[in-house]
Ligand binder design. Sequence first.
Ligand SMILES: NC(=O)c1ccc[n+]([C@@H]2O[C@H](COP(=O)([O-])OP(=O)(O)OC[C@H]3O[C@@H](n4cnc5c(N)ncnc54)[C@H](OP(=O)(O)O)[C@@H]3O)[C@@H](O)[C@H]2O)c1
Length: 338
Amino acid sequence: MTRPARILVTGATGAVGGAVMRVLEAAGQRAHGVSRRGGTGPRQHLWQAGREEPPPALRGPWDAVVHCAADTRWNLPFEEAERANVAPLRAVLGLVGPETHLIHLSSSYATGLTGDITSTSPDAYRNSYEWSKAATERLVHATRESADIVRFPVVMGARADGFLDRYSGFFWLPTSLCSGAVPAMVAEEKALLDIVSTDDVARHVARLVAGGAPTGTRVTVLGRGDRAQPVTQVFETVRAALNGWRARHGVPPLERLPSMTPEQWNRFYLPFAEEHLDRAQLLRVTAFRAYQGYLSVTEPFEVTHRVPDTSLALHRSIRRWAETHETAARRIPRPWRT
Ligand SMILES: NC(=O)c1ccc[n+]([C@@H]2O[C@H](COP(=O)([O-])OP(=O)(O)OC[C@H]3O[C@@H](n4cnc5c(N)ncnc54)[C@H](OP(=O)(O)O)[C@@H]3O)[C@@H](O)[C@H]2O)c1
């Protein structure tokens, strides 16, 4: 009788790791999960990878390790991004043997501003998150004879109902639209926002696990590629989903924001704002600036695996966010005044 495969999923309580655990479970695999705070359910372990020794239960041998653990914040100082994303991978590499099938989850944005992961310079990336994700890919290439690297863009919830274990990252947008923290839609006219569902990533990972380790390092890129939605359309889908929920709950609709290019915003509006807005307003404007780079990508990602249309998954995820974040979804944006 063959023994069941021993599979470890890091970041198992996160948006992607949670979905990977469910798909593996549905395929009959009894995967172990690990996260900083530990999850509920059987086979969930607690470990601050990169900051402490692994508990004995996590020592191998593992047949497959799916490494989802990461800190996806874009605005960490560079040393902190290194501690949050590169150090945990180094610690996970200590758990895997040469026979282990390592599946490392990365981001389509890891290729930064130059289109590849080779540069170690922060200038080659939009932010410390991208820079650290590129560093993790380089570490996988440098240390493994065989591994899968899976890149994908912005992640939405399940296709059926928008469910996500955690609404972080992109969900600054509905939060900020409802609170009025986004004063304008600042995006390049032809910008695209590529989106996948957690289902797409989790099913892809499950297929990789089932197929076994590749010869060499294999990079797959999921997404819509040149069929990604324009940013303007994404904003309208988010607004429509929020307004649908708000109408059902008797909350006034969100109005369409004025749109402008990053150049117009940075050259004309921001200098004016810096002179006239109060400290709290300026903080909101500065926080908003961190996201601009992502709304200015006009070159589609080259994908190896095109996922089905994600506009409905986006709509359902925003609706689900509103259902689970009622106080934030009910807010009436405060008008911008100087
Ligand atoms: N979300 C996106 O839009 C997106 C897009 C492209 C790529 N990705 C990539 O997909 C992967 C998963 O991201 P996600 O969105 O699922 O992130 P997430 O929802 O923020 O979840 C992060 C997970 O990692 C765990 N974690 C973080 N640091 C850890 C550490 N040092 N030791 C142990 N566990 C740690 C967290 O544990 P706790 O719950 O205990 O904090 C949580 O389970 C990452 O590699 C990310 O770069 C995400």
